[in-house]
Write a protein that binds this ligand. Structure first.
Ligand code: V0V
Ligand code: CO
Length: 143
């Protein structure tokens, strides 16, 4: 069902500042950034190399750009402290994977996939289904 861990996400008040820290302290590279108004976040994809290899796991810095975003709520509940927020599993066919997971009793947050990073199609398993971990499914646009 799953290809690899696409990214691990770090939620913080200022994704840009977190990205700078990774670049200056760890020598990581910024691969991509965008604002996602649907999710109410700025997200910056970081990698340990300047060029991504096919299955390289990235770190996704996320910070809220809207007070009503779920990430703003998460930070508030965490008393403003940054930390690991979710991991994303790459899939080839999110519709097929979602159907299989639902059959197995997994609760997905959205009825249909929504727009994720770089135009990916994304959905999330509820943290209760992920045994305390928020797990994203992400499918890259097909050529
Ligand atoms: C909440 N919970 C978590 C969690 N957030 N557990 C693990 N990891 C997290 N990140 C737990 C929380 O402790 C509660 O457990 C329970 O879930 C309900 O949480 P809540 O605080 O009452 O909040 P809700 O239910 O209003 O919202 C939680 C969910 C929400 C997961 C439904 O955060 C959501 O819709 N997330 C999906 C969207 C998202 O995260 N977007 C940002 C990244 P107890 O206390 O009941 O035990 S967007 C992204 O990654 C993109 C675009 C991309 O990669 O392409
Ligand atoms: Co993500």
């Amino acid at each position: 069902l799953f290809t690899c861990i696409d990214h691990v996400a770090y939620a913080c008040p200022d994704a840009d500042e977190a990205a700078k820290f990774y670049i200056e302290t760890f020598g990581w590279h910024e691969i991509h950034r965008e604002e996602n108004p649907d999710q109410g976040i700025l997200e910056i994809m970081m990698a340990p190399a300047a060029e991504l290899t096919p299955d390289m796991t990235q770190v996704q810095m996320i910070s809220p750009i809207s007070e009503t975003s779920t990430t703003a709520k998460w930070l508030e509940k965490n008393n403003g402290r940054a930390g690991l927020h979710h991991m994303a599993w790459r899939v080839d066919d999110i519709d097929a994977v979602s159907a299989t997971l639902r059959e197995r009793g997994v609760r997905l947050l959205y009825d249909e996939p929504r727009v994720g990073t770089g135009g990916n199609r994304i959905n999330f398993m509820h943290p209760k289904s992920g045994r305390g971990v928020l797990i994203e499914l992400t499918q890259y646009p097909k050529n």
